[in-house]
Design a protein around this ligand. Structure first.
Ligand code: F6R
Length: 611
């Protein structure tokens, strides 16, 4: 979602701001802009095109100044136009915003009566006018006007504000949307994400909810909304600027697909014993609390929700723990009944997804025994606000479509299942040892599956012109079918749906004809014969089948209607992880053939920080 960068320095800041914006492009956006303070006045350039076009405009038109803010916008209020793009300007003030001001309409009504006129359709311009009103018309110093306006806001925000009459200061604030302060030498920065600032600093302060920061070249001071000063620790980031380079790959998504063997190795590193998982690296780890867990509630969105669904199969089958999984945007608006000793688990790549975060905050009031998050972003809000955090260690994921974050989430859930199963003795020492050995073999097994890329590319060639597609799976492979369908639709724009294969005859079978490709995720497991019957139902109606099976399986025969893609045989517990990989490759190659924007598909944002 929207990206913010701000800098106050003793050199021109436009290059820092533009580099920062290009590092935030992965979050998804539809317009962008920059505003600096130059010779006591505001210099603002905006476009509905990509950041590289903004760079050209800045080069051609000039945007000098030692203090400035910049933004990539993902439209919420108002269509993507240059007028609606940020930064917005009211008088001598300019501001960028990530989030949604829910009560902007009431604010606007009052401001119109005070004589304010609005150029854009955005909630941001209204909030800026409110700050301007309090500062200029009510005479409050800008810091107080900023805090007073924010105390009246309903909704979420990350903000950076500058004033051409106070040219050496940036005012920033956050509530419900991420914002980080970067500390340099005689220069300071603000951004939505540390990645934006890695070329200029590795020292950061993470603002808490409802905090304001005042940045100059000499100092960074942080306050509550009541202007009580707060003190924060400085965190050193271990990411480097190279974390967001494509290396030899054409797209980030392709790089991230091939990084999975390494990412999975990192997830498991130091977390395996002889026949059990070692979870002591979980922050706040409390074995007693985890061991008395009777039930688990998992809440997440999108791909992370699919990981949760796989987790349910493992946790119930292997650890014998009653588990339910819910979509965060649903959970947060219904009355939930919480049984004693229920552990609340959130899963998120970014740790900033607004709905998931809202569920965590709600869960804290609902009587859960504890909250655990499985997350890829160590300094995210979700990690900071959960009792325990298990980091997936996938490394920076830039492609909007989640790949390595998903498979490392799966492995994290498997490690948690192993630990809980061993503790509750639903997994014997021998079974535990077998799972540990399977996990040790996982990076190589993943590498071997990924080496089938050329075959999948060829398959994609037969696929990419289709308009619709079904993905089928049974049991634990059902969520993998859902994930395969989500990957295909989000990056190639081919309409795809995942179904539990047994549901076919309850409706979707009406869609089957010779033009409808049906992808089946079919490893050898206890449900294979059931799945075969479902496949026969498709064949009988002329459907075209693409079956992901495994070496040594006699279950399917290649023929005019059926394409079999064989994966290397591996331990059954790894099947959900390994069978995900060719589905990611299929989606990737279809997208490349269809010429879509693989890393930043239309309308999508990497980090969904608004509801
Ligand atoms: C799809 C995808 C999204 C995210 C979802 C949740 O490829 O990436 O569905 O999984 O937006 O995001 P996180 O995991 O950051 O909470």
């Amino acid at each position: 979602m929207c990206g913010i960068v701000g800098a106050v320095a003793q050199r021109d800041v436009a290059p820092i701001l533009l580099e920062g914006l290009s590092r935030l492009e992965y979050r998804g956006y539809d317009s962008c802009g920059i505003c600096t303070i130059s010779n006591g006045s505001l210099r603002c350039i905006k476009t509905t095109q990509k950041v590289r076009v903004l760079m050209d405009m800045v080069r051609d038109e000039g945007c000098p100044g030692k203090t400035g803010i910049a933004h990539t916008r993902w439209a919420t209020h108002g269509v993507p136009t240059a007028t609606n793009a940020h930064p917005h300007i009211v008088g001598t003030l300019s501001m960028v915003h990530n989030g949604i001001i829910e009560n902007f309409a009431q604010m606007k009504e009052t401001l119109v009566k005070e004589g304010y006129a609005f150029k854009s359709q955005t909630d941001t311009e209204v909030l800026l006018a409110q700050i301007h009103f309090l500062h200029v018309k009510k005479g409050l110093p800008l810091k107080e006007a900023f805090a007073t306006a924010l105390r009246g806001v309903k909704g979420s925000y990350a903000l950076a504000l500058i004033d051409s009459e106070d040219p050496d200061t940036i005012y920033a604030a956050r509530y419900g949307s991420p914002l980080v302060i970067g500390l340099g030498i005689e220069e300071n920065f603000v951004a939505s994400d540390v990645l934006a600032l890695l070329p200029v600093t590795r020292r950061f302060i993470y603002l808490d909810e409802g905090e304001i920061a005042v940045l100059t070249t000499k100092s960074v001071r942080i306050y509550s909304l009541d202007l009580v000063e707060h003190h924060h620790e400085i965190c050193e980031s271990d990411l480097d600027a190279e974390s967001i380079s494509k290396g030899k790959y054409r797209h980030f998504m392709q790089k991230e697909i091939f990084e999975q063997p390494e990412a999975l190795k990192n997830t498991a590193m130091g977390r395996l014993g002889a026949d059990n998982a070692d979870l002591s690296s979980i922050t706040g780890f409390d074995p007693k609390l985890l061991e008395k867990t009777d039930c688990i509630k998992i809440v997440a969105c999108g791909t992370s929700y699919h990981a949760g669904l796989v987790g349910k199969y493992w946790l119930e089958e292997l650890a014998g723990i009653s588990t339910s999984v819910e979509i965060a945007s649903e959970y947060r608006y219904r009355r939930a009944v919480v049984k004693d000793n229920t552990l609340f688990i959130t899963i998120s790549q970014s740790g900033e997804t607004a709905d998931t975060l809202a569920c965590l905050r709600l869960a804290k009031k609902q009587g859960y025994s504890a909250s655990l998050c499985i997350c890829n972003a160590g300094s995210s809000s979700l990690v900071r606000e959960s009792d325990f955090a298990m980091l997936t260690r996938a490394g920076a994921e830039i492609g909007v479509a989640s790949t390595k974050a998903f498979t490392t989430q799966l492995l994290s859930l498997l490690l948690i299942t192993l630990y809980l199963g061993r503790t509750r003795k639903t997994i014997s020492a021998e079974e535990g040892r077998k799972i540990v050995n399977a996990i040790k073999a996982l990076p190589d097994a993943a590498r071997e599956v990924l080496s089938g890329d050329e075959k999948i590319k060829e398959l994609a060639g037969r696929f990419a012109d289709k308009h619709n597609c079904l993905f089928l799976g049974r049991g634990i492979m059902y969520p993998i079918a859902l994930e395969g369908a989500l990957k295909l639709k989000e990056i190639s724009y081919i309409h795809a749906e995942g179904y539990a294969a047994g549901e076919l005859k309850h409706g979707p079978i009406a869609l089957i004809d010779e033009t409808m490709p049906v992808v089946v995720v079919a490893p050898d497991n206890a449900l294979l014969s059931k799945l075969e019957s479902n496949i026969e139902e498709v064949r009988a109606r002329g459907g075209r089948l693409y079956v992901f099976s495994q070496e040594g399986s006699n279950a399917f025969k290649d023929d005019r209607q059926t394409n079999i893609i064989k994966l290397p045989a591996a331990d059954p517990v790894l099947q959900p992880i390994l069978f995900t990989l060719p589905l990611q490759q299929l989606a990737y190659h279809c997208a490349v053939i269809n010429g879509t924007d693989v890393d930043q598909p239309r309308n999508l944002a990497k980090s969904v920080t608004v509801e």
